[in-house]
Design a protein around this ligand. Structure first.
Ligand code: PCA
Length: 208
């Protein structure tokens, strides 16, 4: 089994993005599955193009995307992607759209196809806070959650996909002293790597 795991480049003025930091620290194999790591741009459209190129090159069974959700206190396993791009800040190429579809003519929403409850439970079993989230927002993370589901539904049958939002790293929050985000929740890199390994184990288990 092959799992493509993606993380985003930094955005919104941050020096790092915990998602790609975490993805880059994953081992090559988890529960017997081969892990393929991929950095994707925090850019509308281009993020999905980069994923589709990797999907063609590697033919993974599962695509698991990871993104930063600054301000959330726990690992969030996303349930759904919606066909809405409504960006409250510009992406890394200056795109800031309002009420646009991710995929014109696509269904309103897709549920992800990884076992979200088992993933959240498996993470919590390692004593790491995690839960199911019912919104991935309307920025690039939702764009990717929805867009990958649509890609699979229309062009790559049989593959599964999911999305995990992770908190800030402590070093990101330490730099926010004196700003409105001072004291925002954070989680250590080690914990986030362990959480991702646990989530991936749950995905592998449910495919057998
Ligand atoms: N988080 C953003 C996009 C990239 C990332 O890591 C989001 O939640 O939409």
């Amino acid at each position: 089994m092959k799992i493509l795991v993606t993380g985003f480049e930094p955005f919104g003025g941050e020096a790092v993005n915990p998602s790609i930091e975490t993805v880059n620290r994953l081992p090559d194999q988890i529960a017997g599955a081969r892990i393929i790591r991929l950095e994707i741009p925090t850019v509308r459209g281009k993020s999905l193009q980069v994923i589709e190129e990797a999907l063609r090159r590697h033919d993974p069974d599962v695509i698991l995307c990871v993104g930063q959700a600054g301000g959330r206190a726990q690992i969030s396993v996303e349930r759904v992607g919606i066909n809405v791009d409504d960006f409250s800040i510009p992406d890394n190429e200056g795109n800031q759209v309002t009420d646009q579809p991710v995929c014109p003519g696509g269904p309103d929403a897709y549920f992800v196809t990884v076992p979200i409850r088992a993933m959240a439970e498996r993470i919590r079993a390692r004593k790491i806070p995690a839960g199911i989230s019912n919104t991935a927002g309307t920025f690039v993370c939702n764009h990717v959650t929805y867009g990958v589901c649509h890609m699979i539904a229309t062009k790559y049958p049989g593959k599964r996909s999911g999305f995990i939002h992770i908190p800030f790293l402590p070093e990101q929050v330490a730099e926010k002293g004196g700003t409105s985000q001072a004291g925002a929740p954070s989680m250590s890199g080690e914990m986030m790597v362990e959480a991702m390994c646990a989530a991936i184990e749950a995905i592998v288990d449910t495919s057998q």
